[in-house]
Design a protein around this ligand. Structure first.
Ligand SMILES: [Zn+2]
Length: 494
């Protein structure tokens, strides 16, 4: 009963009842009023946006005996017959079941006869993209030279599969996806009319899961109402939508990002027991990572009420603890892991290996801790090694390579370096500049060569930076750079 109440009882029967597609409705109303509606129309859009409903409304309006200000009366014989699916002049064909040329020939033959009950013979071809090539060719001839009393309405979820020759002869109507707010307000309206109690946050959860489709939202709502005995409760909504599972996924991701191998595997076992398949698990983890990236790049999403509380609260918490580069790294591992999983003969172990790989990403754990404790900056660089580690941690690969590979340290004192290596003044000046900027103190660098000669570079002002120059030494270190910092792209200008 409930499914009938929501899916059928409140199906729009007039143009004014159509929600979210005002741009199309207005165009259709004007075109019909001015008697300039094309004989072929195509409605395209994702599932559940009201393509077939709108096609029926056009059929109604064309045949309505008493339209008022361009609106359907919904009480005349034609309107009632179309509403009940008994109109002799309105024929609905499922393109998925009747794909052949013979089925189209029947339509063509039927279109030769004048309308019996109303003014127009209307042929609604649902899932039109499923028609065969020959069927489209046969239809094309009729679309080119349609009889005055005929209107063809095609509906499709895959517009790109419709031949251009057909498209160019149709009035195209692209249906909009429903926003979360539109889905919520429509459901509220239905529930209020039916005097059904509801939990408002559950409506947002349903709308979010429906992903722009009104039908999906209504189907989910029906299902939840059936299971919760006519009330929309948080608990049943959570069970039907699998929000508990989503919570478990967040927990798994948290363990993975913290590098906790054993808890990760235990959590993974818990999730697989719920019946989720390996490739689904990986794709859902990717979906979570994508969501974290969205929050990081658009922080206002945390405040968007249209997203479920779980996504906003848990997602924000995790997003705050991890950097965008690391998230991209995790994404790549999951993407690659997905391909490995799909082609592997050992599905279970492959999946566990992918998860373990995520746990062992170097620096990930550091990254999580780092955002909590705001990286403890060393105030002192007591030794050459400490200085090099500091440079490496701050992702200065070029400076690291210049110091660690090109030069040897003969004497170290904070702020005063004696190195052996090429006496290239430009290079030394560049090193000093970078060291000054990175450490915030002033450095002196002396180059001592094998022949006993030495040159001392002056202190550079930490605030000034040298113009970039082409360094003849640089190409020699590029190969080593790639090994030391595999995730970085090094470009050498000629
Ligand atoms: Zn009517």
């Amino acid at each position: 009963m409930t499914s009938k109440i929501l899916a059928l009882k409140y199906r729009p029967q007039k143009f004014s009842e159509v929600k979210g597609q005002e741009h199309i409705v207005n165009t259709l109303k004007i075109a019909i009023a001015e008697n300039s509606l094309p004989h072929s129309i195509i409605f395209s859009g994702i599932r559940g946006t009201g393509k077939t409903t709108l096609a029926r409304l056009v059929a109604k309006r064309l045949n309505c005996e008493n339209p008022v200000n361009g609106e359907i009366c919904d009480v005349c014989n034609n309107c009632l017959a179309i509403k009940n699916g008994k109109h002799l002049d309105v024929l609905e064909i499922d393109g998925a079941s009747y794909t052949g040329i013979d089925n189209i020939r029947e339509i063509i033959e039927a279109s030769q006869y004048k309308a019996v009950m109303g003014k127009y013979r209307v042929f609604i071809i649902d899932e039109a993209h499923m028609l065969s090539k020959n069927a489209f060719n046969a239809l094309l001839k009729n679309l080119e030279e349609p009889a005055d009393h005929v209107c063809y309405i095609l509906a499709t979820t895959e517009l790109h599969k419709i031949p251009d020759t057909i498209l160019s002869r149709c009035m195209r109507c692209q249906m909009s996806m429903f926003s979360v707010e539109e889905l919520v307000s429509t459901q509220k309206e239905l529930l209020d009319k039916e005097n059904i109690a509801y939990d408002e946050s559950s409506l947002f959860d349903i709308a979010y899961a429906a992903d722009g489709s009104m039908r999906d939202a209504q189907t989910l709502l029906n299902q939840i109402l059936l299971l919760s005995h006519g009330k929309l409760t948080k608990e049943t909504t959570s069970n039907i939508l699998g929000l508990g599972q989503r919570q478990d996924l967040y927990t798994l991701l948290e363990y993975l990002l913290c590098g906790e191998v054993e808890p990760s595997l235990v959590q993974f076992q818990k999730i697989t027991k719920q019946g989720i398949l390996g490739h689904m698990l990986l794709s859902q983890l990717m979906d979570l990572i994508y969501w974290l990236c969205c929050i990081k790049s658009t922080p206002t999403l945390k405040l968007e009420k249209s997203y479920p509380d779980l996504e906003r609260v848990k997602g924000s918490m995790l997003a705050d603890q991890i950097g965008l580069p690391k998230l991209h790294m995790v994404w790549q591992i999951l993407q690659k892991g997905y391909q490995e999983y799909m082609s592997s003969p050992l599905k279970g172990p492959t999946l566990e290996m992918v998860l373990m790989r995520l746990c062992f990403i170097q620096d990930l754990k550091f990254d999580l801790v780092a955002t909590n404790t705001q990286i403890e900056e060393p105030k002192q660089w007591k030794s050459w090694d400490v200085l090099l580690r500091h440079i490496r941690q701050h992702k200065e690969p070029v400076l690291y390579e210049q110091l660690a590979k090109t030069y040897n340290c003969i004497s170290y004192q904070q702020g005063n370096l004696i190195l052996s290596g090429p006496d290239n003044k430009t290079l030394v000046s560049e090193i000093i500049n970078k060291l000054n900027q990175l450490t915030g103190i002033s450095w002196r660098v002396t180059i001592k060569n094998g022949d006993g000669t030495s040159s001392t570079a002056p202190h550079n002002d930490p605030q000034t930076s040298l113009p970039q120059t082409t360094d003849p030494e640089l190409p020699d270190v590029v190969a080593d750079l790639a090994q030391t910092f595999p995730d970085m792209v090094v470009t050498v200008n000629a």
